[in-house]
Structure formats: C-alpha cells, structure tokens
Design a protein around this ligand. Sequence first.
Ligand code: SF4
Length: 287
Amino acid sequence: MADKVLRIDVDQRPHATLPRRVSYSQMALYQQCGLKFYFSYLGGWREPPTAALACGSITHEVVEHLYRLPNEERSVERAVELLREHGPRMLQMSEYRPFENDNSMKTQIRDAIENLFVLENPQEVVVDPNHLEMELNVEVNGVNFFGKVDRFTQDDMNRVTDYKTGKSPGRYIDDKLSQPYLYALAFKLQHDIDVDEVELIFLNAKEVVRRPVDQTVMLSMGDKLAVMRDGSENDIEASAWDAKVQRLCDYCAYQEACPARNVLAPKPGTAASDDMLRQAGLTSRSS
Ligand code: SF4
C-alpha cells in the first residue's frame, strides 16, 4: 500500500513500446510502483544481482533436476550431489559470480535443499517431467500472458506448486498466492485444466501453504492483469508514470534517481538520470 502517489513525467524514447507479453513479475512490479516498472521495462535498466536471487535460482535448478530423477533415486544425498554439480557451474555465470565466495548464501541453499525433505517426501511426488518448469503462453482478458510454473502435479488432484526461498511471508501470504492463482487461470485457458489447489513451499522458512482454488479469486487475477495492461498503455501514451512512495522504497535500486524520493533527481529518461542510475550500480540492457 503506497503512502502517496506522485505522477512523474519521463523523457520517454520515441516509439517506446511495452513488452509484448506480460508475466506475473511485470504485473507485480507495476502494481508496486509504475515508475519502477518504467525504469525496468521501458528504460531497460537492470538491477545489480543479489545473493537472494542467486540463492533462489540455484535452489530451483537443483530441485528441478531432483524431480527429473526416477522417484526411488530422489534422496537427500542425491540432492546434495546435484547441488555440487550445478551450484559451482551456476556460480560461474556472470550474474552470480559476485557470490562465488558467499558462504552464508551457500548455507542457505543447502538448508533449502535439505528442508525440502522435511516438508515433503520427494520419492512420493508423482510428476510428469514435462510438468516441471512448465511454460504457459495464453491470452488472458486480451493480454498476452506468459509464465513458468515450477511444478504441476496431477496425482490426487491438479495442483500448481511454486517453491520460494527467503523469509516466511507472514501477513503477506495472500500477495504471494497471487502468482499461482494467475497460473491456475492460465492453465484453464490454455489447457482447459481445472487446477484444484495452489501450493507454495517456503524452503528456508520451512512452511507449506496450500489453498483450494477459489474461482472468484482466480478470475480476479485476470481482471488485475487487464487493469495493469490498460494502466501501462495509458502511462506510455502520456509519458508519465505513477511513483508509489512506500516502505519498499528503502530497498528500491532506483531510489536515487526517483524524483518522488529524491527532489534533486533529474527527469527520468534524460542523460543526467541515466548517469545517476549507472552510478547507483545499474546497467543498461542496451549497452
Ligand atoms: S523509490 Fe519508491 S517511488 Fe521511487 S521508483 Fe522506487 S519504489 Fe517507486
């Protein structure tokens, strides 16, 4: 919830366009702050990588490989072997190399992998390998939506599962459930499959949250997607975006260059603003 909303004019590139397809992350970012969405998707700025992101990516990779194994081979020892195989390889990737020697992050990954075996028995999970990291591409309320589902299972019921690393969601659990709810809607539209349950597995926080799919909530996600697309189309047309000042501004990589946060910040999109973003450690996707 924003403390205040300021409309910020930007110096938009001529013929600037919105991304052709909309993901859940894009929608969530736009809902959080329109100006942040502008910096990221219209300005093409990339935030510095974080240990949390590296931890999440490596953990997801290992868990995916674990569930690609035959059920009887999914032991904690085999999972640790997979971590030894894929962890060092991924830490050589340019975006994760800064965390090569981050032992605290490595411990978090190891904990996450081991906790999976506390939260469920991987040998009992029946999953088609095609349903791991499963891509969804479908029109939702006139918007081209795309997403990647961590796991879709059809044993006792149709269930969409997403793994999370990091802290417990606490009172923000409904926000976290928005993503699998939107995936449930996409499943219905793309495959005519009714998802019965959405599930979030918080590996580090050792929590599993399951909810039966409520049709009203599921359909409301499609409405939110359309509202986001309409709003961003208006913003690009007006060359002005809503800066939503809130507690998350303290963690925003764009805060120095955000006129709602820093009265001395130049107009976003100008060379002076771009310089400020470079100094803050952001990189341009176009360079
Ligand atoms: S500092 Fe706050 S208002 Fe400014 S772009 Fe970031 S989230 Fe938006």
